[in-house]
Design a protein around this ligand. Structure first.
Ligand SMILES: Cc1cc2nc3c(=O)[nH]c(=O)nc-3n(C[C@H](O)[C@H](O)[C@H](O)COP(=O)(O)OP(=O)(O)OC[C@H]3O[C@@H](n4cnc5c(N)ncnc54)[C@H](O)[C@@H]3O)c2cc1C
Length: 435
């Protein structure tokens, strides 16, 4: 049996549902297909959902600062009935340690100043007033546990940090995707779970729909790959890898959850911290816990995964390494024997900057390569993808004359070609989750 839609969206993570919402707002009849049983239960559900504004590039920072405006007024953005359970943005601020590895954050401050995004420079005294459980001894470079120099201070001190006061995190990332889907449904968008796409149909030299694992074919002139860590597989199904200079690949990550040291209420007094001196970031977590992620220091081997549906979901030595790295900064930290946290995949791109683009197959688009740092940008990515699809379907050649996209809250225009699949590797990138 063959159904039809104006556009099929593969994947219902936070970005897939945002794309569905924005196309529905433009009057498209969309059908979102999800292989899981629930919406928002891909890598979105495992996200730390940190909403920060500092990236290594102007475009990355502009998009994140624009994105913040949607999270802080989530209910208004969605326009759902007041009774609907909504994900919540919790403002904590984000403190980033100045280190030689990030050039003392000079570039980041320059970009934030140009964008009118508030930040403050903090010295040691202010850092310790906010985080009295911290020590500011330097341990750089980050090391593996079997390195004899692990845990030995290098004799230096962290001298300061930059604090972005408006940053925070979203308490329930899966619910955020479900909220977007609900808002899209209210405009007529359709969603089907337990519907795995196994082939992209072609007709007359363009995309013509998809085939599901059940054998069912669904026809549509536009198909959008928002399959998260499965994006490379879906791009291969469409046969569009040839002209891509930027590739995507699933990368395994472990996130550690630890109780805060006794006597310190990290949940309400803590903040997000990015600390390249020890190669970790952290944020407050429910139950006075601290969530600790990796900033992918060069000493850690990349844990590439061949099959995004079949990988080791158990904690490994990486969990202990991250916990012990953070204990360098917080000497009173207790590390329980029971490991808690999250194991999941990033969809890492060659330069850790996402791809929001068309492809060489007319009608086939991609929003992928989100590299562990695009939850925050989902509402903006949804709008930009919807504009890009209309731009191309109206006959524009986005490769030759890329879409100019307006970030309406911050009054900036960006070149959407920045996110092209055919860009040269962006050497400005941090080549890490920091983007
Ligand atoms: C551990 C971790 C921590 C993170 N922390 C942050 C953070 O603090 N801040 C931040 O901004 N970002 C963060 N991210 C990144 C962010 O979560 C992702 O960029 C974002 O969730 C990607 O959303 P998505 O919709 O593109 O993909 P996903 O959420 O992965 O959704 C893709 C969906 O596609 C479905 N799918 C795949 N193949 C098929 C198919 N063939 N047919 C049908 N359906 C299919 C999958 O089942 C899945 O539901 C983190 C990511 C991880 C893993």
């Amino acid at each position: 049996m063959a159904g039809t839609a104006d556009a099929i969206i593969i994947g219902t993570g936070v970005i897939g549902t945002a794309v569905a919402l924005e196309l529905a707002r433009k009057g498209w009849k969309t059908l979102s297909l999800e292989r899981n049983g629930q919406i928002g239960h891909g890598s979105t559900a495992s996200s730390c959902a940190i909403i920060r504004m500092h990236y290594s590039t102007f475009e990355g920072s502009a998009m994140a600062w624009e994105g913040w405006h949607y999270w802080r007024s989530w209910a208004d953005f969605l326009g759902l009935p007041a009774a609907a359970p909504l994900a919540r943005f919790r403002k904590t601020g984000c403190l980033v340690m100045k280190t030689p590895a990030n050039g003392g954050l000079a570039k980041h401050m320059e970009i934030s100043a140009a964008l009118g995004c508030p930040f403050e420079e903090w010295g040691a005294e202010e850092i310790l007033a906010r985080l009295p459980i911290y020590t500011l001894e330097s341990y750089a470079p980050p090391r593996r546990l079997d390195d004899p120099a692990f845990g030995q201070p290098n004799g230096g001190q962290l001298e300061g940090a930059v604090f972005w006061p408006d940053a925070g995190y979203v308490n329930d990332p899966a619910l955020a995707a479900q909220n977007l889907a609900e808002a899209a449904r209210a405009l007529g968008a359709a969603f089907r779970t337990r519907s795995e796409v196994v082939a992209i149909l072609r007709q007359g030299g363009r995309a013509a729909g998809v085939r599901l694992a059940s054998g069912e074919e669904i026809h549509a002139p536009v198909v959008i790959n928002v399959a998260g860590p499965a994006s490379a597989r879906v791009n291969a199904m469409a046969g569009v890898l040839d002209d891509m200079t930027i590739r995507t690949r699933p990368l395994r990550q472990e996130v550690v959850h630890l109780p805060a040291p006794q006597g310190f209420d990290f949940e309400s007094r803590g903040t997000i911290v990015s600390d390249s001196d020890i190669g970790c970031y952290c944020r407050p977590e429910r139950g006075n816990h601290i969530l600790i992620g990796s900033e992918d220091p060069p000493c850690d081997p990349h844990q590439w995964v061949e099959d995004d549906t079949d990988f080791n979901r158990d904690f490994t030595e990486q969990w202990t390494t991250q916990a012990m790295r953070y204990a360098q900064r917080v000497p009173t930290l207790g590390i329980p024997s029971r490991m808690r946290g999250v194991v999941d995949l990033y969809d890492a791109s060659t330069d850790w900057i996402p791809i929001y683009d068309k492809s060489q197959l007319p009608g086939f688009y991609m929003a992928c390569g989100t590299s562990g740092n695009q939850f925050k940008n989902a509402p903006v990515a949804g709008k930009m993808m919807a504009a890009l699809v209309e731009h191309c379907e109206n006959g524009a050649d986005h490769d030759e004359r890329p879409l100019r996209f307006t970030l309406e809250h911050i009054g900036q225009e960006i070149d959407a070609g920045f996110f092209s699949r055919r860009r040269p590797v962006n050497e400005e990138s941090s080549f890490s989750v920091l983007g």
